[in-house]
Unconditional design. Structure first.
Ligand code: UD1
Ligand code: UDP
Length: 370
């Protein structure tokens, strides 16, 4: 039996690791072990419940006002004990969070190989996204197996001198989408059920990034308020991240505005099916930049850079920056220029066919049986 330990801690990692965990559980030559750090608590538990995953280990780390240092320390110390006890043959981490980097480092200190899922994305700006760009680079240095979503991600790793064990496999987020989206879907969230989604055009919005907190998030919110005021058939639904630093900015600007609906974070099935019904997506989230294009929804990216340039090049997304006027103009154009809108719906999704988890499981088996 090959002992494979998947470690994750935040909502997006959980969503993207869940299809892989499910695949590993099915594989009889693998013993799948799940360890959550709970860098997020409620938002992580929502995903665990939805995918019916019961972690074998839970560091239960989340604290209000947690800092990067406190998360890193908590993961490093907590993982050391767990890794010594469980003695996995390989540790899988995902993407670019502090959980991912610190868990990879903890495994490295015990000389346990690391598999990096969603490897090789780069913005080439150390401070944006912060600290995710550096988390991802450092995890890449530590990892033995690199599961890269695209050829570009593969090239990025090669350009850093990493040449072995890079596998282009697509993104597991498409696997998660494939599992859940359907036309007859009934929303679980009571507030979502009550929204008049059949009326008008709906923008699904999220914004939470650390580098956008404060004045940039204010500008984003003001742009959205102007849009709704100026385009009468537009409605906005915004599931607001639980971080108080996000909520304290968003609610004063957007709460109570006609046709803007602020709701709590929703389950991922609800989210995916909401995206399916959207006209346009405004976001600074990484995951949404991958999911919306796969559902043929144009994305306005509320950031100055992206480590996912594939979606911009494929004409699935526009990089709008973080200034009120620019965001307003770009979104308005997409709402008023039908030809432009259609051109963005028509192109291909760059993240694979939804069979990424199978490929990763197979590669792990091959690695240990060669
Ligand atoms: C983290 C990741 C970011 C990822 C994001 C996804 C790092 C450094 N950041 O950022 O890459 O895009 O998750 O959402 O790893 N909170 C709750 N309940 C929850 C989750 C969060 O109350 O379920 C609140 C807590 O007060 C917590 C705060 O949000 O202290 C911030 O959480 P944290 O994980 O530190 O930062 P994120 O911005 O969520
Ligand atoms: N998501 C969700 N419920 C919400 C908001 C987002 O399930 O209320 C999902 C979304 O579909 C995507 C992931 O969470 O799969 C993105 O997570 P987040 O924006 O927190 O992080 P990022 O992708 O920026 O790292």
């Amino acid at each position: 039996m090959i002992k494979v330990m998947s470690v994750f801690g935040t909502r997006p990692e959980a969503i993207k690791m869940a299809p892989l965990v499910k695949m590993l559980e099915k594989e009889e030559r693998i013993q799948s072990i799940v360890c959550v750090t709970a860098q997020h608590r409620q938002m992580l538990d929502q995903v665990l419940a939805q995918f019916d995953i019961s972690p074998d280990y839970d560091l239960n780390l989340m604290k209000a006002g947690q800092t990067l240092t406190s998360i890193t320390n908590g993961v490093l110390e907590g993982m050391e004990t767990i890794l010594k006890q469980a003695q996995p043959d390989i540790v899988l981490v995902h993407g670019d969070t502090t959980t991912s980097f610190a868990a990879a480092l903890a495994a490295f200190y015990l000389q346990i190989p690391v598999g990096h899922v969603e490897a090789g994305l780069r913005s080439f700006d150390k401070y944006s996204p912060f600290p995710e760009e550096m988390n991802r680079c450092l995890t890449g240095r530590i990892a033995t197996l690199h599961f890269a979503p695209t050829e570009r991600n593969h090239r990025n790793l090669e350009s850093e001198g990493i040449h072995e064990n890079i596998f282009v496999v697509g993104n597991t987020v498409i696997d998660a989408l494939r599992m859940k989206v359907n036309d007859d879907y009934l929303f679980h969230d009571e507030k979502l059920r009550q929204l008049p989604l059949e009326k008008g055009r709906w923008i699904v919005m999220t914004a939470h990034r650390r580098e956008n907190l404060g004045p940039r998030l204010e500008q984003i919110c003001r742009a959205v308020r102007r849009l709704v005021e100026d385009v009468p058939d537009v409605h906005v639904v915004y599931p607001v991240h639980l971080n108080p630093a996000v909520r304290n900015t968003v609610f004063p600007i957007l709460d109570g505005v006609d046709r803007i609906h602020l709701i709590d974070p929703i389950e991922v099935d609800d989210m995916h099916n909401l995206l399916k019904r959207a006209y346009l997506v405004l976001t600074d989230s990484g995951g949404l930049q991958e999911e919306a294009p796969a559902l043929d929804k144009p994305v306005v990216v509320l950031r100055t850079e992206t480590e996912r340039p594939e979606v911009v090049e494929a004409n699935k997304a526009v990089l709008a920056g973080v200034e009120e006027g620019k965001i307003y103009q770009i979104a308005l154009q997409l709402l008023t220029d039908a030809k432009l809108y259609q051109s963005m719906v028509a192109s291909n999704n760059p993240y694979g066919d939804g069979h990424t988890s199978e490929k990763i499981a197979q590669i792990i088996l091959n690695f240990f049986t060669k």
